[in-house]
Ligand binder design. Structure first.
Ligand code: SAM
Ligand code: SF4
Length: 336
């Protein structure tokens, strides 16, 4: 039955049993990072593993090429911090030769160091994480002192006409008081702020009471900006609900993975730095592509099978109670 169904699929696409075509791959390049964000990196850190357990340069490229041959049209590099990898420059150069839209999610610290490579790699859209506009608070969330660097690198990107999305994870009692400041920040900057609901991962001390929901975020912004808040069109497969304030140069958006998941249009796949495919951010099952590739096996059937078994909604999690108890990797080891 399954084989019959697979034979009917267009050869070139990776499709699940609900007909969702998966053409967007997020590759985590590393589990290492130069920050220690409280919502991502467990306080005790994560166990360091031998380099041999992770994809090397040519393995990353071979994985990417395989996914592109299966219809992937967009690749986003993430991590950990993708730019701390010693071969990040080579990877950007080589991946940019593939017929895909290449994008990156970064904490922004190393943007200036990689600026020329980023420009020549044709990356147009960059997501930078910034959870507070207040230096002390930012440094306390990230457990490091790089606020000025991140801000100056965001400005560098904006001054060079990159499409910059700023990701801010909103956590109760931490930065919920800054929503209006972030929105005000978009008034004369062509920056796209995205408020992300705090999600549960191993070691990040999540509980539902710390989540500031889409509804609350919107209500707080509306309280400040009233009728000037305008809903703007979402693009196909957008994970965010998009808004702008009348007359402002930038926009803001809300990503509501917890209270309002957007699974029915999901086209995303995740490849971890150790070469495992995760068919959903919340899934606790993984398929080991790297070991198979090292044994010289064809990984295409493994990819197809992993995607076919993707659940219709959030890895089968239907309630917040289950969300809390769910075993998963720490976010730093998944690749957001
Ligand atoms: N180091 C890069 C960065 O910070 O942008 C890329 C990796 S990071 C894991 C990718 C994204 O995941 C970031 O925007 C981060 O804010 C988000 N993230 C991490 N942990 C999260 C959590 N518990 N809930 C929601 N978003 C989270
Ligand atoms: Fe590092 Fe990004 Fe995780 Fe922060 S969110 S610890 S910058 S990987």
């Amino acid at each position: 039955m399954l084989i019959f169904a697979l034979m009917e699929l267009p050869v070139n696409n990776i499709v699940d049993q609900f007909g969702r075509v998966h053409d967007y791959l997020r590759i985590s390049l590393t589990e290492r990072c130069n920050l220690r964000c409280v919502y991502c990196m467990p306080e005790e850190g994560i166990a360091l593993r031998p380099k041999a357990e992770f994809m090397n340069t040519s393995e990353v490229l071979k994985m990417a090429e395989t996914f592109v041959s299966l219809g992937v049209k967009k690749i986003r590099l993430t991590g950990g911090e993708p730019l701390v990898r010693s071969d990040a420059k080579i990877l950007l150069e080589k991946l940019s030769k593939l017929p895909v839209e290449l994008a990156i999610t970064t904490n922004g610290i190393l943007i200036d160091k990689f600026f020329d490579t980023i420009k020549t790699s044709g990356i147009k859209s960059i997501n930078v994480s910034l959870d507070s506009l207040n230096k002390e608070k930012f440094n306390s969330i990230t457990r490091r002192n790089d606020f000025d660097k991140v801000i100056s690198n965001i400005n560098l990107l904006l001054n060079n006409n990159f499409h910059v999305k700023v990701n801010a994870v909103v956590i109760k009692g931490v930065n919920e008081d800054e929503l209006a400041d972030f929105v005000r920040w978009t008034s004369d900057k062509n920056v796209h702020v995205r408020f992300i609901e705090f999600m549960p991962f191993d070691g990040n001390k999540w509980d539902f009471s710390k989540v500031i929901s889409l509804e609350t975020i919107l209500a707080k912004v509306r309280k400040q900006f009233g009728e000037k808040v305008k809903r703007i069109n979402d693009r196909k497969n957008d994970t965010s609900k998009n808004y702008s304030i009348e007359g402002f140069k930038g926009t803001f958006a809300i990503i509501s993975s917890v209270t309002n998941p957007f699974c029915d249009t999901c086209n995303r796949l995740r490849l971890t730095a150790d070469g495992k495919i995760k068919n959903c951010l919340f899934s606790d099952s993984e398929t080991d592509l790297l070991s198979a590739m090292r044994r010289g096996e064809d990984i295409v059937p493994l990819i197809r099978e992993a995607v076919w078994h993707k659940k219709s909604v959030r890895a089968g999690i239907t309630s917040f109670e289950n969300l809390e108890k769910r075993k998963n990797r720490a976010m730093i080891a998944i690749g957001g």
